[in-house]
Ligand binder design. Structure first.
Ligand code: SAM
Length: 172
């Protein structure tokens, strides 16, 4: 599986605090390597780093990243999630599995240049909904569901359980 990176555009620290946190957490849980966020936000960085510290994996977050430069310098294919794009079913077989991908999600209106520069403009349904939902569905399909229960070797591991909560503390 290639490395998957997220680029979050239009993040407003006060207004989008919760949504961008969930974009990061969902993408981590669904197999991404890390997230770039356009606006500097140290609180967001600390929150995500704290989850990674406890639950493991090598997910990284960097805020204050210019999307134009990130897109230009990225060595791989750029996938922009937008309700105007080609269908996810059409797109996924065309996206190479031997190159890393950068997935762009917006907060508000995304600049036209993103549509032009992306290698793939991909829709997850043709209705407006949420970057969290779009990203989750895209990632689950792209990774064929393999990331959901992957071992992340964290300080704690949640063990799936039919009833009750099973949390194991791992020796470090
Ligand atoms: N009003 C904004 C616009 O016109 O671009 C859309 C804002 S939407 C809440 C935020 C992000 O969610 C979008 O930038 C896109 O990445 C994602 N998104 C929303 N609906 C989508 C869909 N049907 N397919 C793919 N991505 C979607």
């Amino acid at each position: 599986m290639p490395d998957i990176w997220i680029m979050r555009i239009g993040h407003r620290p006060q207004r989008d605090k919760r949504v961008t946190t969930h974009v990061a957490l969902s993408s981590r849980a669904l197999g991404a390597k890390g997230i770039y966020v356009d606006t500097f936000d140290d609180v967001l960085e600390e929150n995500i780093a704290s989850v990674v510290d406890r639950f493991g994996g090598d997910y990284t977050i960097k805020t204050g990243v210019t999307w134009k430069e990130a897109m230009r310098d990225f060595n791989g294919k750029v996938v922009h999630l937008t309700m105007y794009g080609q269908t996810v079913d059409e797109a996924i077989p065309k996206i190479p599995k031997d190159e890393d991908i950068m997935i762009i999600v917006g907060a508000e209106k995304v600049p036209a240049e993103v549509y032009q520069r992306a290698d793939f403009n991909v829709s997850v349904g043709n209705q407006p909904h949420s970057e969290i939902a779009a990203l989750a569905i895209f990632l689950d399909r792209f990774t064929e569901g393999k990331a959901l229960y992957a071992d992340r070797d964290g300080k704690i591991t949640v063990v799936p359980n039919e009833r009750g909560k099973t949390v194991v503390e791992n020796p470090q």
